[in-house]
Design a protein around this ligand. Structure first.
Ligand code: 13P
Ligand code: SF4
Length: 332
């Protein structure tokens, strides 16, 4: 029997090192990116954690669910995916005939790393009655081994729709999985993976910031630990944070998720003040993987149509079924 605890806890460098783009260069690059978009009939899809200058040239900015829905319906010839590798893989799986490019092929994810496909396959063999629900933050190989995919935006709905006569295995995020168990009351075996950014927030640091801003609601991503989620007024996906904040009367809101979200929120709710939730020792709320993408790399990848994301046909075919099942359940 595999101890899933031994698999988790992948070591990652914590910080991203970023230099701001000088304003004149930013203008030139942005203009050229727009021209390249026309030239290649390309669509730029960007996650909410991307740097502001990438969000500002994207056709669509959103959470993992919105991005996969956009990828499923695009009629562009080229998909330029500004996010992390597993997100671009999802776009490719849904569009095997299209060219999918990304600014940096090495933009990974600590959750994806925590769940290697061979370890998952071995673990699944310990119980033939497992129904595997995979959080979208995993590799295409792991998706191919799963019954259904979910995102933070639809995880509750997906788990509620899972067959009642099966034992649920949820991979790879133990925090999202625990939150979904609380919401649905459905027991699940949880893979012991976590997001190295979201586990940085502590009960003590969040309690302090709440005391400093007593009137400000706290919104947290479900990848945060229970000790933090229990202090939150709302726990939701990054896209739902936008609608939650829009509906708030309070002028200030504390946000416990990756720093890129603040740019999106400021654009959507210009009348509100967003307070980034502090971590214990440092401002560790930047995902170094998401921040590997820069405007310069986006420009280069659209010029060269490379790096291009490619996947074996057999993986695409097997991974597409659980993603399509997710999209179908989500649309109900
Ligand atoms: P969302 O789908 O809520 O945007 O989350 C993606 C992610 O990677 C969170 O760390
Ligand atoms: Fe993965 Fe965490 Fe980065 Fe999201 S923030 S891409 S879960 S490492």
């Amino acid at each position: 029997m595999i101890d899933v605890n031994e698999i988790a806890g992948v070591g990652v460098e914590r910080h991203s090192v970023r230099r701001p783009v000088p304003p004149q260069k930013l203008d030139t690059l942005s203009r050229e990116i727009m021209a390249l978009k026309e030239k290649h009939n390309a669509v730029i899809l960007a996650h909410n954690y991307q740097v502001p200058e990438i969000q500002d040239v994207a056709d669509y900015v959103g959470d993992s669910l919105g991005l996969s829905q956009q990828a499923a319906k695009t009629d562009a010839d080229v998909i330029v995916f500004c996010g992390v590798h597993f997100m671009a893989e999802t776009a490719k799986i849904l569009n095997p005939g299209k060219t999918v490019i990304l600014p940096d092929l090495d933009a990974g994810c600590s959750l994806e790393e925590s769940c290697p496909a061979d370890k998952l396959r071995e673990f699944q063999q310990t119980n033939p009655n497992f129904y595997t629900i995979a959080y979208i933050n995993c590799s295409a190989e792991v998706k191919a081994l799963s019954d259904v995919i979910c995102t933070s935006g639809n995880a509750v709905k997906i788990v509620e729709a899972a067959p009642r006569d099966r034992d649920l295995l949820f991979v790879p995020d133990e925090n999202l999985g625990a939150w979904v168990m609380e919401q649905t009351g459905r027991p699940m075996t949880l893979w012991k993976g976590n997001c190295y950014v979201h586990v940085e927030w502590t009960h003590a640091a969040i309690t302090r910031i709440r005391q400093t801003h007593p009137g400000a609601p706290l919104v947290a991503h479900p990848e945060c630990t229970k000790a933090v989620r229990m202090l939150a007024d709302e726990v939701c996906s990054t896209e739902k944070m936008v609608s939650y904040c829009r509906a708030q009367e309070a002028p200030s809101i504390i946000i416990a998720t990756e720093a890129g979200m603040l740019h999106r929120l400021k654009k959507e709710c210009p009348d509100k003040t967003f307070i980034p939730a502090p971590t214990e020792n440092c401002a560790c709320n930047e995902c170094r993987f998401m921040k590997m993408n820069t405007l310069e790399k986006l420009h280069d990848c659209m010029t060269d149509l490379a790096p291009e994301l490619e996947l074996p046909t057999e993986i695409i075919e097997r991974a597409r079924k659980p993603i399509e099942r997710m999209l179908e359940i989500s649309a109900r």
